[in-house]
Design a protein around this ligand. Sequence first.
Ligand code: SF4
Length: 375
Amino acid sequence: MHLYFHIPFCRQACHYCDFHFSTSLSQKETMVQMMIRELDLQKDYLQSSQIQTIYFGGGTPSLLSTHELSLLLNAIHKNYTVLPEAEITLEANPDDLSKPILTTLSQQGVNRLSIGIQSFHDPHLRFMNRIHSAQEAEVCVKQAQEVGITNLSIDLMYALPASNHAIWEQDISQALALGVEHISAYCLTIEPKTTFGNWVKKKKIEPIEDEFAAEQFEILMQSLDSQGFEQYEISNFAKNQRYSQHNSAYWQRKPYLGIGPSAHSYNGLSRHYTINRNAAYIQALSEYTIPATVEELSMTEKVNDYLLTGLRTRWGCRLEVLQELSLETYWPRMQKDFESIQKRGWIELENDVLRLTHAGKFFADRVASELFLED
Ligand code: SF4
């Protein structure tokens, strides 16, 4: 089973981000106590007590003090059996980490870091309102390697306004030079409720053309492929099969429990969405209630969820699973749509597994939606 913790605090708001977080840290200690309480209340949500992966995401989990992190880890150990080989990931920003902190994290059992670097180009970092510099990012990765945390992922972002292919190629080269075995690279999407969204509305910046974004995606895929990275999910690349076990479980529809404001959970039958306001979350938990809505998944939603996440991965979507989820009606209903997409060269069917082709990776969401079942 898989555990996720949403740590809803950041030092400052990045201009592109629409995740749930607060830049006021005054409630951090209380939040940790309430998350421990939620974990306790939710301990029977999933049918297993054995933990395979733990993921601290956010927000900025590296804002937790090592003491706060140990409180959360102790609560997990109290309620569950954490398997010795469990993957324990912490998302971190470079400016929060130092060698002593990294050493403590490693001693606490954190064995994977996902470091939010985004770019090695300082003007881009400032443009995005990132708090760290390119040099801090490099030092942080090297220090993590020195203390023995070698399962490292770094996040990069492409298709930034004011970028060009030379800067993007330089970003990728610098990431590769650090010797990490996992890279997550995301295309910037400008969300309306962000600073970038506001700037687009005021015509302060121009949104990026699809063609430019597609060219940068192609540069990314070719550069990483030539260095032995496997694109095991549209935005995730790994060397030597250093896949994120936590995210892979999520993409393969394995049950997980999410703790904290805005976290989601999935138990195979329904999804559970926790409220995305820190104050309301703390208030509800202080009264021993969990402020969440539960959505029972219909047959159509289960099929469409599987298509949306599965098609983006190396594992693709198995016809057998689609048939099982749809009570055997999927293929008779959707075969014609599949053939139409296949003619465009975007999808293939091999050994009863649907997978995107290279060309199809540029249209992943569109392909999935064309294969969706309708009620
Ligand atoms: S990108 Fe990360 S650090 Fe920046 S505001 Fe969003 S959650 Fe916080």
